[in-house]
Design a protein around this ligand. Structure first.
Ligand SMILES: Cc1cc2nc3c(=O)[nH]c(=O)nc-3n(C[C@H](O)[C@H](O)[C@H](O)COP(=O)(O)OP(=O)(O)OC[C@H]3O[C@@H](n4cnc5c(N)ncnc54)[C@H](O)[C@@H]3O)c2cc1C
Length: 306
């Protein structure tokens, strides 16, 4: 059987992994009646309980016998983490919003098409019905597909605990591979998107081994607008090219105010190389990822040029 797109350490039944599956009775899953109950559980026994949302990442680990943590809080039924709301300045999306719900929302489709495209290219229908945006963020895979769009859209996120609520920019939330600014007693509750992209061009490309059900080799999201042939504003992020999904601030700053021509594209590609550090792994090579990241940046700039 082909092992493309499987982590080497998640292969089931290898000599290194004689115990193929987790023993389910070793695990506990509790369903709190309310958000307050869920937060109380996380606070009263710090680090003991972990959130379980759609379970699409956690169940893979369970199946492979790699789910180290034993106690889970089922947050699927918490209505405070659901729903998509809009006011004049922002669209706010509950952390439990599934990929199917993202794609079905008219405001997200109109104003945040990269997020909808990311959702439509995430897994298959079963994963899209169950996987959540919040789970994608906190699972913190550098190859996750919604974070590039969320970073390019300048999202903020809300974390809640019994100590209260705090909003923070999503950019900077991830600090290293699977490292992030969330405390063990906190839940990611909402994601907020500023409604400032109406006059912008949106460009999202996920490059994988095939069109469906593939983990990204490189994933690029960019928005931008031009005035008089110059780049007036742009924001971009790239996945699968570093330990975290990278918001490419150096490249953005270099591009603002520049003419949209081949020379600018060349300098932008050189700058991008200072922001990303892809590696060889089971899915691709560093060399391929570097080249594809540059190609996608050039294609984005070409699209901006119209
Ligand atoms: C077959 C398959 C295909 C997939 N394809 C893709 C793909 O193409 N692109 C992609 O990006 N991902 C893909 N995934 C990964 C997965 O579906 C996504 O990462 C999904 O968004 C995870 O959401 P979840 O609700 O299922 O998270 P869960 O598995 O429930 O949780 C994941 C992690 O996040 C934590 N967590 C979840 N919600 C919260 C919260 N609100 N607050 C605090 N912590 C929380 C959990 O404790 C856990 O550590 C795939 C998975 C499978 C099994």
């Amino acid at each position: 059987m082909s092992l493309h797109r499987l982590h080497e350490d998640l292969r089931v039944g290898s000599a290194r992994l004689p115990e193929v599956r987790a023993f389910v009775p070793h695990y506990q899953l509790t369903t709190p009646a309310s958000l307050a109950d869920a937060l109380a559980l996380l606070t009263n026994e710090p680090g003991v309980w972990k959130p379980f949302a759609g379970g699409t990442d956690l169940m893979v680990l369970l199946e492979a016998g790699k789910l180290a943590h034993r106690n889970y809080v089922n947050i699927w039924g918490l209505h405070e983490l659901r729903g998509i709301e809009a006011n004049d300045s922002h669209v706010t999306v509950g952390a439990l919003t599934t990929y199917t719900e993202v794609q079905a929302d008219p405001i997200l489709s109109r104003e945040f098409p990269m997020l909808c495209q990311a959702a439509s290219e995430t897994g298959g229908l079963a994963i899209q019905n169950r996987g959540t945006l919040g789970g994608n963020i906190v699972n913190a895979s550098p190859a996750a597909d919604s974070p590039p769009a969320l970073l390019a859209y300048d999202a903020d996120i809300e974390l809640v605990s019994t100590r209260g609520s705090r909003w923070l920019p999503y950019q900077g939330f991830h600090t290293g591979y699977k490292q992030m600014h969330i405390d063990p007693d906190e839940l990611l509750v909402r994601i907020r998107l500023p409604r400032n992209t109406g006059d912008m061009t949106h460009y999202y490309r996920k490059v994988g081994t095939r069109k469906a059900q593939a983990i990204s080799k490189v994933c690029f999201a960019g928005v931008g607008k031009t005035e008089n042939g110059q780049i007036a504003d742009t924001r971009m992020a790239v996945g699968s090219v570093a330990p975290i999904v990278v918001r490419c601030v150096l490249t953005e700053n270099l591009l603002r105010g520049r003419k949209l021509d081949d020379e600018t594209a060349g300098i932008a590609c050189e700058t991008l190389l200072h922001e990303i550090s892809p590696i060889d792994d089971i899915r691709s090579t560093a060399k391929y990822r570097l080249q594809v990241a540059k190609n996608l940046l050039v294609d984005f700039l070409r699209t901006l040029r119209g």
